[in-house]
Design a binder for this molecule. Structure first.
Ligand code: ZN
Length: 344
């Protein structure tokens, strides 16, 4: 019997701020296959949103909702995509993680291994954590555990709780070394998708996308018996993403309204401000561009999420439909998208 598959958008606000007059939670989505689910990104309020979505055991105080979680996939390490990962891991001790498949893998990009280039005409700032200024996913999870060691040790020694090593582990997605050797040379080298995870419900592939200077930045594709779904992560238009998304049933794609960036940097601009404008918009996909991405990849359903900024009215995003003829949805928190519903 084919298990049903659906996507639940948990949070649809892009960017790191708490946006004024917006109730959208931070970047996160669940791929639900039968009675288990997979988490893509862990932005703010992710655990509360899992609860609200009714995933896992959401009726008891301590049984879930993380009991049904099978794996976490981080697209990149900007805070708006990972800031509540620690909640999943440490609060998770009390919200079902001990009942989940474990150790729970937390997949994500490895280290950039080099500071980003200094942008603009100004002196270099002091480096944060100079001994290891760009930790990747495995290191980040380890550092989170160290930060909260007092809590983990108290729970384990006093309360007999499972230890972090039993509960979860961070894993760097194995992108071939030749594509990530020079993060400043070509931050978006053309590559074939890499399959790195498979279980009885999903096969997951990843590719590098264009979010420079944040690097590596990944998009993910989940293939299930019911259908397939692709998450763009944060990216400008990307041939790698187009290849990964080819023929997918659902594409969940980020968008930025460049009018918002215009507002931040009003005309007339200095050369430096113009460079900053280009810099900001090339790391994201303008709402006017996303339809052509979906059309070229021949996906069945296009879902816009996350939205940058996170507080502009829904109508502003409708023009993302463009000439895309499949199902088009502007993402809303807790929206459910059937992965197989719109198969052509
Ligand atoms: Zn980002």
């Amino acid at each position: 019997m084919t298990r049903s598959a659906r996507v639940v958008l948990l949070g649809t606000a892009g960017g790191s701020p708490y946006w004024a007059n917006s109730s959208r939670a931070g970047n996160a989505a669940a791929v639900v296959v039968g009675d288990r689910y997979y988490l893509v990104d862990a932005g703010r309020e992710v655990v509360r949103q899992l609860m609200a979505a009714g995933l896992g055991d959401h009726t008891s105080d301590t049984g879930g909702p993380l009991d049904a979680l099978r794996a976490v996939f981080l697209t990149h390490l900007h805070s708006d995509h990972v800031v509540d990962l620690n909640n999943v891991l440490s609060v998770g001790l009390h919200n079902g993680l001990p009942r989940a498949d474990r150790p729970l893998p937390v997949f994500g990009p490895g280290s950039r291994r080099r500071l980003p280039p200094l942008f603009g005409d100004r002196p270099a700032p002091p480096v944060t954590a100079p001994a290891n200024p760009t930790p990747g996913t495995a290191e980040m999870v380890d550092l989170m555990v160290r930060t909260f060691a007092a809590d983990y040790n108290d729970r384990a020694f006093d309360g007999g709780s499972p230890t972090p090593g039993e509960l979860f582990r961070g894993v760097d997605v194995p992108i071939p070394a030749r594509y990530i050797a020079d993060p400043d040379g070509d931050p978006h080298p053309r590559m074939r998708p890499v399959q790195f995870h498979e279980d009885d419900r999903v096969r997951v592939r990843a590719t590098l996308v264009q979010h420079a200077p944040m690097f590596p930045a990944l998009a993910y594709r989940f293939d299930t018996d019911a259908g397939s779904v692709v998450f763009s992560g944060d990216t400008g238009p990307s041939d790698n993403l187009a290849e990964l998304a080819r023929g997918a049933d659902v594409l969940v794609h980020e968008v930025v309204d460049t009018g918002w960036v215009d507002q931040l940097l009003p005309h007339p601009r200095t050369a430096g401000q113009e460079a900053l404008f280009r810099h900001l918009v090339t790391a994201h996909t303008a709402v006017e561009q996303v339809a052509s991405v979906a059309r070229a990849a021949e996906v069945g359903t296009l879902v816009l999420s996350p939205l940058i900024p996170g507080n502009w009215p829904r109508e502003r995003w409708q023009r993302g439909r463009g000439d895309f003829t499949g199902q088009f949805l502007v993402g809303e928190d807790l929206m459910v998208v059937d992965v197989a519903a719109k198969r052509r």
